[in-house]
Write a protein that binds this ligand. Structure first.
Ligand code: GLU
Length: 347
């Protein structure tokens, strides 16, 4: 028996005969819940319609699952913050744990969907499917993409193929894993990309197909736990460019941030004035992670910058915004730069 078939059999074995899987939709807002004054206008406000309106707009999802929903917040995802992440992570853990749901779908704006996906990937401790979904066009637009995306997300949530893959994003018929997914286009429906190996699967005719495995540690294999946390360490991002000012990094130091991520040029390189601030900051106990403003490629350890000498951490495959999340979670456990580098190698 194949692994996928074995998992399918084990899921079905836990459901009463004829019962559909119980899927909970947790709504957070975004364009999928957005409304515009006219169906042809690009001006709209994210986070306007409620979860019940979204479910009612796609009654076909009730053929796939026993679907119910709840509204956590209703915001544009540019306003996502640590408080909502902590509440969302705890809620998803409860839904998949003691409340016994089979899967969770989260509706979310696309701007920071990759960050929320990665945060949940490290803090939800279940191998049940968790699928984030959004849209690029508001619910009132001509050819709104939200209804099809929501249908696909529920199809992915009930598929045995998505179990154990960590948190996934479902957009534009594709499934993308939380570690590699990035928003790559400001306005296209085909905005999400999935790193060098691309998307890991697709949804077609109400069926999800996962083509690739996910190798980094996540969910049930993650050592990060936010259950008893009410806040997260403070980590900021500094953007690199020619003739870069050291003022933003110095401002984070002065504001007593716990860590700073460099969105450096090339392979995570600093402008010389910024490098000096970073060296002093690390010596004062502020953790420095080097990442890159380049959209593709790793930030390598001990290459152009001698990380071992300066006790910097290289973000490897994480972009600055995901490096920030891992550094925040790392700092809940340690301030040791070598231990933090180990996290970046494994997660
Ligand atoms: N800024 C909005 C958000 O992230 C719109 C982007 C979207 O949802 O597509 O919620």
């Amino acid at each position: 028996m194949s692994f996928a078939l074995a998992v399918a059999v084990s899921i079905l074995a836990t459901l009463p005969l004829g019962a559909k899987p119980r899927v909970r939709i947790v709504a957070t807002g975004g364009t999928i819940a957005g409304v515009s004054a006219s169906s042809s206008s690009s001006a709209y406000t994210a986070g306007q319609v409620t979860i019940q309106t979204l479910i009612d707009a796609v009654p076909q999802i009730l053929d796939l699952a026993d679907v119910s929903g709840e509204q956590l917040v209703n915001i544009g995802s540019q306003d996502m913050n640590d408080e909502v992440w902590l509440a969302l992570s705890k809620r998803v853990n409860a839904l998949l744990g003691k409340e016994g749901y089979d899967a969770v779908v989260i509706t979310h704006g696309t701007d920071t969907m990759e960050e929320t996906a990665y945060f949940l990937n490290l803090t939800v401790h279940s191998d049940k499917p968790v699928i984030l979904v959004g849209s690029m066009r508001p619910s009132t637009a001509i050819s709104a993409d939200g209804p099809a995306n929501l249908y696909n997300a529920v199809a992915a949530a009930v598929s045995p193929s998505t179990r154990g893959k960590g948190v996934l994003c479902c957009m534009n018929n594709q499934l993308l894993d939380a570690k590699s997914v990035i928003k790559a286009h400001t306005i296209d429906c085909d905005t999400f990309e999935g790193g060098p190996a691309g998307y890991i699967g697709y949804v077609y005719n109400g069926e999800a197909h996962v083509l690739q495995s996910v190798n980094s540690r996540h969910t049930v294999n993650s050592e990060f736990d936010v259950e008893n946390l009410t806040s997260l360490p403070k980590v900021g991002i500094v953007y690199g460019y020619a003739n870069c000012s050291p003022i933003p990094m110095q401002a984070f130091v002065d504001a007593k941030f716990d860590g700073i991520v460099l969105a450096g040029v090339g392979d995570g390189n600093f402008y010389k004035d910024v490098f000096e601030v970073a060296q002093r900051a690390q010596a004062d106990g502020i953790q420095i992670v080097r990442s890159s403003r380049c959209p593709t490629g790793p930030t390598c350890l001990n290459s152009e910058v001698d990380d071992a000498k300066y006790h910097f951490v290289a973000s490897l495959d994480l972009n600055p915004q995901k490096a920030r999340i891992l550094l925040m979670l790392a700092l809940t456990k340690t301030r040791d730069w070598q231990q933090i580098q180990r996290f970046f190698m494994e997660y």
